[in-house]
Design a protein around this ligand. Structure first.
Ligand code: AMP
Length: 418
């Protein structure tokens, strides 16, 4: 069911607690901490503009990094308050905690249109533990609750589940922000009744991470397209040789079940016809994480399905990209989650780049709706410079996967239905 949004409530003169996702990348430059990518801040501006225009007294709360429940000056949200003030062209107050007297006093003197940003929620261990006493304190100044942090909605934390519970128990509205509303619209409503043909492209490392999404979308899709290392678990399940490719040997039964279910429903299920492979040589060195470093030599296109014992598959080949493109160009709805190969290495990025190009083309020329899952897929389309040519890019990685799997996200369930 659709959720009530920030457009549906009268916020004038009321204190509105807004859960945002300001978990932005930062870097120390000349002794000062600088934000290296402000996209997440920018994405909350429509909601903030609406609240400012509506005369709300705005209290913003977010997590940043992983401070493990302790105060940690290097991951303070203070630089975000400065950045946000720059972007909005208005003052943003900051308090160095998210609960307590100082917060309540500052919240108490806010005027309509004023904005206060609280310190990193995760400086308190009770945020992630969803401690009821902490949620109660956090909710104290809130008359209305808004969640605009889709990327954190799959976690039942104090700021996503506890606070709305308290606000609701006092009769206060709990609503979606405009960014959250867009996520629910595109990942939810649009995919529930997709214009046909509906093509689902799933890539990435593991079958185990994505199989639930594949199974759920087999019920709606006309075609499922597979890429990335998860290809090799499917190939192994079909009896092909996969060499040294990344596989999950204990997941071949899941792969076969998905193939079987697609067949029963008449869903086209496409696996790569050719692959870009390489031969890994152990350098004897280890990386920062203590893992052995391999030198990938003799990068080549393999046209036949069996990968030699000493080689590893890292990308879809050109023939696969051509076949996939043909199908994608006929689509009216496209969902894409996960890269086609190990795209961080330019030698294995061509497959993902080709798919990014054709998804953008289908959107631009054919009017297809293209919806991209978060994380690597968004990175890949932005590297290709085509981010502005798709219909929607989700801001949630784990949250978008769980949502697409059909799971109820605690941070969404906490909001009132329309
Ligand atoms: P995921 O987080 O499941 O979407 O997986 C994305 C990661 O899978 C990226 O870091 C890719 O480099 C990696 N990946 C994709 N294809 C392959 C492959 N064939 N071999 C190894 N890693 C891959």
């Amino acid at each position: 069911m659709a959720k009530t949004t920030v457009r549906d409530v009268n916020v004038r003169g009321r204190r509105v607690f807004v859960r945002v996702d300001y978990n932005v990348p930062m870097e120390e430059k000349e002794g000062k901490i600088a934000i290296t990518d402000a996209t997440r801040i920018k994405e909350t501006l429509p909601t903030l503009d609406l609240l400012v225009q509506g005369g709300a007294k705005i209290i913003l709360a977010s997590h940043l990094g992983r401070p493990k429940g302790k105060s940690e000056p290097t991951i303070s949200l203070r630089p975000v308050a400065e950045k946000l003030a720059d972007m909005l062209g208005r003052n943003v107050a900051f308090v160095d905690d998210c609960i307590g007297d100082k917060v309540e006093k500052t919240a108490g003197i806010l005027q309509p249109g004023d904005i206060l940003l609280l310190e990193n929620l995760r400086f308190h261990p009770e945020e992630e533990a969803n401690g009821p006493a902490f949620a109660e304190k956090l909710a104290r100044p809130a008359e209305i609750y808004v969640n605009d942090a889709f990327g954190a909605a799959h976690r039942a934390h104090a700021s996503t589940e506890g606070v709305p519970r308290v606000v609701r128990s006092r009769g206060g509205p709990c609503v979606a922000g405009l960014l959250m509303e867009r996520e629910l619209k595109f990942l939810g409503e649009e995919l529930d009744r997709p214009a046909k043909p509906f093509v689902v492209i799933v890539g990435g490392a593991k079958v185990s991470d994505k199989i639930k999404v594949v199974n759920r979308l087999i019920e709606k899709a006309d075609t499922i397209i597979i890429g990335g290392a998860m290809t090799y678990t499917f190939k192994l399940a079909q009896g092909f040789k996969v060499g040294k490719s990344l596989v999950e040997r204990d997941k071949t039964d899941l792969a076969l079940a998905a193939l079987e279910s697609a067949k029963k429903r008449g869903v086209q299920f496409l696996l790569p016809a050719d692959n870009v492979i390489a031969t890994p040589f152990d350098t004897g060195k280890v990386n920062k994480k203590g893992k052995p470093v391999f030198d990938l030599q003799n990068v080549r296109v393999l046209k036949e399905p069996n990968i030699p014992d000493d080689a590893e598959g890292f990308d879809i080949g050109p023939e696969t990209a051509r076949q996939y493109s043909e199908v994608i160009l006929k689509a009216k709805t496209i969902l894409w989650n996960g890269p086609m190969g190990m795209f961080e290495d330019p030698r294995f990025a061509e497959g993902t780049r080709a798919i990014a190009k054709v998804v953008a083309e289908a959107t631009r020329k054919n009017g297809a709706k293209s919806i991209l899952g978060g994380g690597d897929t968004v990175t890949a389309i932005n590297i290709a410079g085509l981010g502005d040519q798709v219909t929607f890019m989700s801001t949630g990685g784990g949250a978008s996967l769980e949502f697409l799997q059909g799971e109820v996200l605690p941070g969404v369930a906490a909001l009132s239905d329309k």
